[in-house]
Write a new protein. Structure first.
Length: 269
């Protein structure tokens, strides 16, 4: 019998069981360096600050440890240049936003969408820690209309508008609150963005609604799109994500399989 081990889930369980401190920090960094050993990624702690450096030398610092998986190869095919404009939908604690901000340079911009109040606090701390001045925070969720919705807030990467399996398994960790939502199209118009080069989206099952609220942006700019799909009420979002992107005129829509959830990559007419 072949047993497939989900190393990420195993590492998360071990991490959660360890008390905070130097030992957990050291083991965490060693685990990340081992899991991503083929990607040339380095991570470590500089006092209380978690530091990640990718193969190209781009460094990001964070007030909180995070899984650097998105920085390993998610953006490899994307031509991020000086002056690129990126929408980070589901910015979490802002570590990826800060890393992207360095990649696009001073003339580029990163628009970070995040509705979780605790995550927003950490985004602001990380922006200051990294001394980046080209990140704009949108303290709202991305949806297909303007308004307010119920939100399961956890202060982490599993916060969601959907009652996901994470919420079902540990409802005690979440607080159901009301948060504002907006559309990507509205934000692009309000900020008068001259272009959109990349949309990165990881929003725990709300990706289809967010894409519906980005139809004008998708059709007008045809940016690179990276969407992590999820399972909502037993049904994966991959097919609907692909349908939205194909309807927007993307000629190349690829699915990148993953042991947890697949990623959809779209680009080109």
């Amino acid at each position: 019998m072949i047993v497939h081990v989900n190393w990420k889930n195993l590492a998360r369980r071990i991490h959660a069981a360890l008390p905070a401190g130097a030992l957990r920090n050291a083991l965490t960094c060693r685990a990340y360096r081992w899991m991503y050993r083929h990607a040339g990624l380095w991570c470590g702690f500089d006092g209380p600050t978690f530091v990640v450096r990718t193969r190209d030398g781009t460094e990001v610092r964070s007030v909180q440890e995070f899984d650097p998986a998105p920085l390993v190869n998610d953006f490899d095919p994307v031509p991020l240049n000086e002056g690129s404009i990126v929408l980070d939908i589901g910015a979490n604690i802002g570590a990826v936003s800060c890393w992207l901000a360095r990649r696009v340079g001073r003339t580029g911009r990163v628009i970070a969408f995040e509705p979780d109040p605790k995550n927003l606090e950490r985004i602001r701390q990380n922006i200051e820690l990294n001394q980046v001045r080209n990140v704009t925070i949108v303290d709202r969720g991305a949806w297909d209309h303007e308004g307010e919705l119920s939100f399961w807030a956890e202060g982490g990467y599993t916060s969601s508008f959907q009652r996901t399996s994470y919420v079902e398994q540990r409802p005690d960790r979440y607080q159901c609150i009301r948060v504002p939502v907006t559309t990507i199209d509205r934000v692009v118009r309000d900020l008068e963005l001259p272009q959109v080069d990349l949309i990165k989206m990881d929003i725990e099952g709300s990706e289809v609604a967010a894409l519906r609220g980005a139809r004008d942006t998708l059709r007008r700019w045809r940016p690179w799109v990276i969407v992590e799909t999820h399972v909502v009420e037993g049904r994966g979002t991959e097919a609907d994500v692909r349908a939205e992107l194909e309807a927007a005129g993307f000629g190349r829509v690829e699915v990148i399989p993953d042991i947890e959830t697949s990623v959809v990559l779209a680009y080109g007419p």
